[in-house]
Design a protein around this ligand. Sequence first.
Ligand code: SR1
Ligand code: MG
Length: 395
Amino acid sequence: MTTLTKTYEPLTETTAIELAIKLHFFENSTSINCKEIGDGNLNLVFHLTDENNKGVIIKQALPYAKVVGESWPLTLKRAQIESNSLKEAAKHVPSLVPTVYYTDEHLAITVMEDLSHLTISRKGLMNGEDYPLLSEHIGQFLAKTLFYTSDFGLNQQKKKLLQQQFANPELCKITEDLVFTDPFYDSETNNFERELLPVVSEIWNDSSLKLEVAKLKYSFLTNGEALLHGDLHTGSIFASNNETKVIDPEFAFFGPIGFDVGQFFANLIVNALSREPQKQGVLFDHINKTWDVFTTEFTKQWTLDSVEYFTKTEGYLSYVFQSILEDTIGYAGCELIRRTIGLAHVADLDNIPSIETRLKAKTKALQLGKCFILNRANIHSVEDFIQVSLQHVQQ
Ligand code: SR1
Ligand code: MG
């Protein structure tokens, strides 16, 4: 198939329609409606529909980070990483990712399935939705995508080749800075209410906390266990009461399994922090169920599909789960802190209307984040993780 041009230029609603026609997604331009709906930090997203309500999404990477502006240049290669990651995930969990119809490396474009019948789960959860199947689906997503790209489920030579395709240095650098480094010192990128300065200063001056964050960052940098989504927060998940689709894996790379799990858990916790106490339980039920489904499925795959000789060795699987849980807790702690005081916030906390309630929720997020990072080696089950979370959230 050909495209409009091989020279990169950002699409407009008009050129997005022209492109869709050229690619034969629609017959003619008169009846096509197109709207730029991107509300994330980085990309343009066009939603196109025709008079029969047939729809398609065209996502285009911008050569800079939209959240900051043109002063922060960003590689266009991330569009290719994203579509390759969606295609890899589709091999293992086809019903949990959008179908990719077309990609163009030069234009940094991915054309994919229209998911407009679903809602971004962060928005839905903020509106009080519970999404009863969210944890079943995300548990499956995590178990399958992570196991089958790890040295347990993928031929170890093939894994090394796949790893080359997903070297993603520029996007990893964003995470290294925004999740692991900047929130832990007085960086210009940080952004928080001045009332939080006393608790933030405690974080900046806590050398035992910094040592633990250094270890977590080092593991993120070096421990290429499996192909991660890399940005698995609730804004990267579309949901309804019976469907779930994981989107936006432009941060995909080979890293520690607990990073994906921890980001998801932390984002459920920030939502719990924004709710009244009697409506928080569902978020912790989701954490419990996600871990249960993840470990149950991972165990099945370990038993049936392992390519690693030592997976039959007694005690090995429980060692692996314990180490994933410890990482999960540490990374959840870093995510809680960075979403509260770093560059990229979450609406769950920022949209709490009363300043007093908001500051209280954010202080809890920071204290809980610290607690997770410092105590992760002493929390031995998901039940204990939830117990510790509840002690902070409901205090
Ligand atoms: C400059 S990008 C800021 C954040 O948005 C993405 O979704 C990632 O979470 C990143 O850290
Ligand atoms: Mg994103």
